[in-house]
Design a protein around this ligand. Sequence first.
Ligand SMILES: [Fe+2]
Ligand SMILES: [Fe+2]
Length: 283
Amino acid sequence: MILIQLTDLHCRPHGQPAMRTCETNMLAERAMRAVRNFRPRADAVVITGDLTDGGTGPEYDEVAAILGRTLLAEGLAVYVIPGNHDRREVLRDRLGHLPGVLADPEFVQYVVDDLPVRLVMLDTVVPGAAHGVLCPRRLAWLDATLAAAPDKPTMLGMHHPPFACGIRLMDTINLHEPNALAAILSKHRQVRRIICGHHHRPITAPFGRTIASIAPSVAHQVELTLHSDQPNQWNLEPAAFDVHIWLPDEGPDGAIVSHTAYVEPAPGPYPFLAPPEYPGRAL
Ligand SMILES: [Fe+2]
Ligand SMILES: [Fe+2]
């Protein structure tokens, strides 16, 4: 199974760049074309939040149009969750045609059961805030959802990472109260991975007995400034997406292995040519 994770599109109304200079609509479409053309073809595409920059109707209309002429036109299944730049009610109104978006009456949270790895999509948004939280109702839903399929390898999708990464500003707006999530996961060992967005960088960390990872943005990235009190800034490091593959025969319980793939094509490929001095054995 191949699951492609895009994140943090930050689409703007037609013709308006994000932060006045970053052409996020063009960058989102460029990334979706790369995903559409990725081979082997993905079994599903997950977008882990910040679909828009301001959560407005015209921005979601741009997202819907870009999805419609790229991933959906290719017949790919697309699963979205909101981030802090989204407005849940507008997302539900404009993207209600995407699977799962209207499954819960209040939150954008749902399960995808028809893949070899079960996807549990979580809504960590706190309206009016940049950080995330899983409130008691969302935690209870997660607990019951995981209890319903204890033996199936499971991946959680959520916008806000539940761990600190050393970039101070981002760490103030990650998932608050992560211990409540950790307590639930301690009861459900089938959760093999948590995939997140929000930090606009590729980052991996342990979380309880599982692994949590953040995919880079398909648009702008956050500067890598560790342990600094300076305000964070953005840059245009290479846009990328994550490719998660399920290898059922790897190890005793199968394995989810994750790659980061760059949107922009690079020079190459070139053949490996070993020098005569190569101490190994040439392939
Ligand atoms: Fe973002
Ligand atoms: Fe975010």
